[in-house]
Write a protein that binds this ligand. Structure first.
Ligand SMILES: [Zn+2]
Length: 481
């Protein structure tokens, strides 16, 4: 996803924005405040990181961050309606002690940083409008190719190849045990409910239909596919799911191989821990997987991994910037739901924000050097990160469990390590995500060889200190056509 300053220049739209019709309409409309008058609604909600309970865990020794980029291109010159989507996801492994060594002064030693990281990418091509497999519609072509991209994108860092489809089955099963089948709420063609599919697919049970079904239909990406025009939204949703399932692939790999290593890792995803659009019901599977993981680790007395989403843009990032002068350095802000409703999303105070999409809760953190981060962190040992606001009968609200720091025992350790991994090079960002971002943004075609070279150079991992004798660098396989 782009950084905020990568958006199209607003200067180019000044002439339009000055048009009398727009100025007149803006008089009628309310927009988010850029300045905060009385800041008590902010200052009442901030807490020093020092005051937040910290769970027992070893210091993080590695970070794995994911980011993706996508674009839709006109596949044939002169025929702009023939479109093809391209997705590239990068994962970056960062050796934290080594990284901190490279970042000691706040100015990165680029060579040392390169030695501290391993980068790889996975990429997929998906059909857009006016692209067909023989004999089937554009939409069914998209479904077939999306499924193929999930089956073919695999990692082999933990022994047997593990594909994005395996990860999808795993969040429908549990840690280390992928489900043997999953249920589609409906057939994409005839809408007959509750269709069972395996990782290999299936067939609609309705005798009059018999449509070929895919496990990836469970994400319902095809619902937003259009035969005519752009499919950038569909592509973005597909990319976000792939990013999040790739992260699950790594967490589950560590879990299967040596679960104790999980508690030494921080897993960072670009964007919030949330699933939007037709795939939103998937958030329940991520929640379920996470709570099963926490429970399984707890029985072995292992702290859960640090899992965090970081947002680079959007209304919460804009809001964080608007209020940041009222948050002291090293403080975290609890965004209770009535606050979100009133100050960020313009809803009724008891609106149930976040019900459908989230598997982590948002916090604003101002780092020790004054940058702001908007993060989402999951509850431990699980549970909904957002609940319906409960009125207390006196015009206020009862703090529900999801709005108490005790529900987020990984929060402090997460923010502490993010704080140590920021750098003056990348304001309001942390290095692993910035590295993943630049890796995922490499142009089509050049990525593979450059990154293979990088990976081959950077393999001196501190195996003794983190005990990953079997660990190989992230290497995303993508078998060519
Ligand atoms: Zn059907």
């Amino acid at each position: 996803m782009p950084y905020p300053d990568e958006r199209a220049s607003r200067i180019g739209h000044v002439q339009t924005a000055l048009s009398p019709a727009i100025l007149e309409a803006m008089e009628r409309w309310n927009t988010p405040a850029l300045e905060v008058g009385d800041p008590s609604h902010v200052t009442d909600r901030v807490t020093s990181l020092e005051e937040i309970q910290k769970d027992q865990r070893p210091d993080p020794t590695f970070a794995i961050a994911f980011d993706g980029s996508n674009q839709e291109v006109e596949a044939r010159p002169g025929y702009p309606s023939v479109r093809v989507g391209y997705v590239q996801i990068a994962g970056v492994y960062v050796d934290i002690p080594r990284f901190l060594n490279a970042n000691r002064s706040g100015l990165v030693d680029a060579r040392e940083l390169e030695r501290a990281q391993i980068t790889q990418t996975v990429n997929s091509v998906l059909p857009g409008s006016n692209v067909f497999l023989k004999g089937i519609t554009g939409r069914d072509t998209w479904r077939a190719e999306f499924d193929r991209s999930f089956v073919e994108s695999e990692i082999d860092d933990f022994g047997d190849p593990f594909s994005l489809t395996d990860a999808l089955m795993t969040i429908h099963g549990g840690p280390g045990s992928p489900a043997s089948s999953l249920t589609l709420s409906k057939c994409p063609t005839c809408k007959a409910p509750n269709q069972t599919v395996t990782a290999l697919g299936g067939t609609c049970a309705a005798p009059s239909c018999l449509t070929k079904l895919y496990a990836t239909d469970v994400m319902r990406g095809y619902e937003e596919f259009t035969d005519d025009g752009e499919n950038l939204l569909t592509l973005t949703r597909a990319m976000n799911m792939a990013e999040r399932l790739l992260l699950v692939s790594y967490i589950d790999g560590f879990y299967r191989e040596e679960s104790r290593n999980l508690s030494q890792g921080i897993f960072i995803t670009d964007g919030p821990l949330a699933v939007y659009g037709p795939a939103a019901p998937m958030k329940s599977q991520f929640l379920e997987y996470w709570s099963q993981l926490c429970a399984a680790l707890e029985t072995r007395n292992i702290a859960p991994p640090l899992l965090v989403g970081i947002e680079k843009s959007g209304r919460f990032v804009d809001h964080a910037r608007a209020i940041q002068s009222h948050i002291p350095n090293g403080h975290v802000m609890m965004l209770d739901t009535p606050y979100v409703n009133q100050y960020v999303v313009n809803q009724e105070l008891d609106h149930y924000y976040g019900r459908d999409e989230f598997y982590g809760r948002r916090f604003i953190y101002k780092t020790s050097t004054g940058e702001v981060l908007v993060v989402t962190v999951p509850r431990v040992p699980g549970g909904r990160p957002y609940e319906k606001p409960q009125r207390d009968g006196n015009g206020g609200f009862i703090p529900v469990p999801s709005e108490q720091y005790a529900s987020y025992p990984t929060l402090r350790a997460t923010l502490e390590v993010l704080d140590r991994m920021q750098t003056r090079l990348y304001p309001n960002a942390v290095i692993p995500i910035a590295l993943a971002h630049s890796a995922s943004s490499l142009p089509l075609g050049t990525g593979r060889s450059v990154l293979t070279l990088l990976a081959q150079k950077g393999l001196k991992m501190p195996q003794d200190s983190i005990g990953l004798s079997q660990f190989k660098p992230p290497r995303y396989g993508h078998r060519g056509r």
